[in-house]
Design a protein around this ligand. Structure first.
Ligand code: ADP
Length: 223
């Protein structure tokens, strides 16, 4: 099913979102104030236009009201990002995703009704920090300030044990939501209690950060 998207701001982030959506066959309206940016997307997006998104009249003329989901990827110009997001919500766009430059920007975007606020540099920084601290944490997805989902390489202390043997929920307060097999690459979602962990497996764990950290320190940390 084709869905309509608009990406406002074709910098590194917006440009990458626009490329991926287009590659997935989505209908994308790409907007930027700079001719040089727009011309890069003429053969990629369904429509690429030079326009200032802070001008409400221009947004209306572009038929932005008919678009399901607008991504505001204006970077440096925080004022333009806020004004654009506010107008899009006032125009009745169902879903507006906005990129925040810093925590204050994020707060304002949430207050004025952005449906999703993303902070790619901060989130990527956190991910990298977690994987630097522990070689075993392969990926980290923050669910809230104190809860996450992590992918952890099964270490020697886990191999050839079942989930019931380890009783991770009772002992550490976190849950194994999936096991990715190191041999077959298959993913076993909601594994049964008698599921055996093998060498090379990756555990997908959900829980409070303090519990995940305790689990990681006692059972996983570089053996
Ligand atoms: P990134 O860090 O993702 O590269 P940038 O700040 O470099 O972000 O890019 C943001 C883009 O948003 C730029 O290409 C800029 O021309 C565009 N932009 C800034 N203000 C507006 C606006 N009012 N309307 C449309 N595009 C805008």
């Amino acid at each position: 099913m084709k869905r309509e998207f608009a990406v406002i701001g074709l910098g590194r982030f917006g440009g990458s979102v626009c490329r991926e959506l287009s590659a997935e066959g989505m209908d994308v309206l790409a907007i930027d104030t700079m001719e040089s940016k727009v011309s890069q997307f003429r053969n990629i997006a369904s429509h690429a236009v030079i326009a200032d998104a802070t001008d409400e009249r221009v947004l209306k003329e572009l038929g932005i009201r008919n678009i399901d989901h607008v991504i505001v990827a204006i970077g440096e110009d925080i004022q333009a990002s806020i004004l654009t997001t506010l107008m899009l919500k006032e125009l009745g766009i169902k879903k507006v995703t906005a990129k925040a430059q810093n925590d204050y920007h994020e707060k304002v975007l949430n207050k004025i009704g952005a449906d999703q606020v993303i902070h790619p540099e901060r989130d990527m920084g956190r991910k990298i920090a977690h994987s630097i601290i522990s070689n075993n944490i392969l990926d980290h997805l923050e669910l809230s300030d104190d809860h996450s989902i992590v992918e952890i390489k099964a270490g020697k202390k886990l191999v050839n044990q079942t989930l019931v043997d380890l009783d991770i929920r009772a002992n550490y307060g976190c849950n194994v939501v999936a096991i990715k097999s190191g041999q077959t690459d298959e993913i076993n979602v909601s594994p049964m209690a008698d599921e055996m962990i093998h060498d090379g497996d990756i555990l997908v764990i959900i829980g409070a950060d303090k519990d995940i950290s305790r689990f990681e320190k006692q059972l996983i940390a570089d053996e």
